[in-house]
Ligand binder design. Sequence first.
Ligand code: FMN
Length: 218
Amino acid sequence: MPTDLHELLRSLRVWDTDLPDFDPDDTPGEPLPLFAAWLARAAAAGQTEPHTMSLATAGADGLPDVRTVMLHGADERGWSFATHTTSRKGRQLADRPYAALGFYWPAQGRQVRVRGPVGKAPAEEGRADLAVRSTGALAAALTGRQSEELGSAAELARASEAAWERARREPDAPVPSWTLYHLRPDEVEFFQGDARRRHVRLVYLRDGGTWRKRLLWP
Ligand SMILES: Cc1cc2nc3c(=O)[nH]c(=O)nc-3n(C[C@H](O)[C@H](O)[C@H](O)COP(=O)(O)O)c2cc1C
């Protein structure tokens, strides 16, 4: 294994495996069924954590930001994720309710990009979403103070211990800042990597009540 960073980077490969074919002519008229099929195939192909995605937002200053979050659902309301309204991303979404999502499933050389306006789900929907998740998810949400400066690991350990204890005792404990968001896509792009670099890019563009499909140069 090379130790020099640049040597290491040059030694690493992408699309160096058998990749599936993707025929953009054989795709549905809207992006959601294709996304659901690709996600299911990524999971079936052994892709680890295919339901995690990059969430890009911008602050009031217009500067970009990005982090990983879990996908909680995708349906006619949009692609859903949950977080604290008080976190950095929560504050950015309050200032600019618009975001982009990025999925990468290297097991199949596939990438999906989603862009659009973001809205908050009603509070009861967010509560129901949290209620069906694990005790750990509730404990993490109850720990709170996401994105604030942390004084010490001991401080976190104390707060987390109390949150776990409460999550076990009170499985429907309310977490007012924990919010489910829906991103309603204006644009969804499907990218299929190809060993010869003839990657296929199919983008769906919302056009009123329907979708237009376009190919893009890779
Ligand atoms: C695999 C993975 C999944 C994550 N899922 C979530 C999530 O669903 N919601 C969330 O608020 N943070 C999640 N995080 C933590 C975020 O990446 C981030 O650290 C946190 O939300 C604070 O981001 P912010 O300071 O930009 O608001 C996840 C991190 C990883 C690595």
